[in-house]
Design a protein around this ligand. Structure first.
Ligand SMILES: [Zn+2]
Length: 350
């Protein structure tokens, strides 16, 4: 193919199966929250990877995959070339995405997809995985549970080239099929979509934990508390962050994974009583014993990450050795230009 002719997404059944699976996981809030998570497919020296800020659930309804020159991107990561940071210089000419905002960039995690040799790579912020990956003893706790699988654990490093380089440093022999990212999420890879799907299913099954039952919120009362404030009640499934003491204790520990920091800000903002909501400005606010509230003008990712925090904490016990991201990691995420871009782009899926 001439380098001048714009690329179109592959038409083969395996790529269509890849898009269908990407959309499927994008609809599962226990795997993907908002514009988080990303998938990729390698064909003929091209890495097709999700565009930053787009939602996986739209994988079949709009062209969200961008083609990158695979070998040059890999070489850039290996040599520490600063252009690997956004990977923008490695985007191949392609049929443009219909888009109403700034030009689309590859996922902030594109280099991670490039580094793994498998054809299909799936990166998700899997809640069942996170409930282990946020523990100080994550690797030891996971070892018996993932026994027999080809997996590795990577301690937290900022997503992007730093994380990719730590993966490359780790896999001295064949690249692993499964990588648990400490305080971040999960990567599974496979030669086919079916192989990747089976691996992801197996990891979820092995890491599944009971969900603590929570008190039921009084929705009429929540609506009264939020009335005439810039906030609305969060969905019922998130209210245990305020009503269940164990979930609240865990959420108060701090930011448990990167997308929390990017979309909700660092840590947890609490207010008491809820009547003081009008003076708050955070995208999500918890009024202990009263309710969880989301700013009415917040982008949809805020609700998605509020539900994620509820889903993760409902699987954890405050007696577990949970370690939040430290202040330096939070500052790095908040100051990271690539994440400002992703946040700006955050839009509702159509
Ligand atoms: Zn991630």
């Amino acid at each position: 193919m001439s380098p001048l002719s714009p690329l179109s997404p592959p038409q083969d059944p395996e790529f269509r199966a890849f898009l269908a699976y990407s959309a499927e996981i994008g609809h599962d809030r226990l795997l993907v929250q908002g514009p988080g998570g990303n998938t990729s497919f390698k064909e003929d020296g091209v890495l097709w990877v999700k565009a930053s800020g787009t939602w996986l659930r739209e994988a079949e309804s709009r062209p969200i995959m961008i083609p990158l020159a695979l070998d040059p991107l890999r070489e850039a990561v290996r040599s520490g070339d600063p252009r690997a940071e956004t990977a923008l210089d490695f985007v191949l000419p392609h049929d443009g995405l219909p888009h109403d905002g700034p030009a689309l960039r590859p996922s902030v995690e594109a280099t991670l997809h490039a580094a793994l040799p498998q054809r299909v790579v799936i990166h998700v912020h899997c809640v069942e995985t996170l409930a282990w990956a946020v523990r100080a003893d994550a690797e030891a706790a996971l070892t018996p549970r993932l026994a027999g699988l080809d997996w590795r654990f990577l301690p937290y490093v900022r997503p992007g080239p730093p994380l990719t380089r730590s993966l490359l440093a780790l896999s001295t022999r064949n690249a692993p099929d499964i990588v648990v990212l400490g305080q971040h999420g999960l990567v599974v890879a496979g030669a086919t979509v079916e192989e990747a799907r089976a691996r992801l299913g197996e990891v979820r099954k092995r890491l599944a934990r009971p969900v603590r039952p929570a008190p039921v919120a009084d929705e009429a009362r929540l609506a009264r508390l939020a009335a005439e404030t810039p906030y609305r009640p969060a969905p019922a499934e998130a209210q245990h962050l305020a009503l269940d003491p164990a979930s609240l204790t865990l959420a108060r520990l701090g930011s448990l994974y990167p997308d929390h920091v990017v979309f909700l800000g660092a840590g947890l903002v609490t207010t008491s009583p809820a009547a003081s909501l009008a003076r708050q400005s955070a995208p999500m606010v918890v009024a202990p014993d009263e309710g969880v509230f989301i700013r009415r003008d917040a982008p949809p990712a805020v609700e998605a990450l509020t539900l994620a925090l509820a889903d993760v904490t409902a699987r954890l016990d405050p007696a577990e050795p949970v370690i939040p991201l430290d202040a330096a990691a939070e500052a790095e995420l908040l100051g990271w230009e690539a994440e400002h871009y992703r946040k700006r782009l955050a839009r509702a899926p159509s």
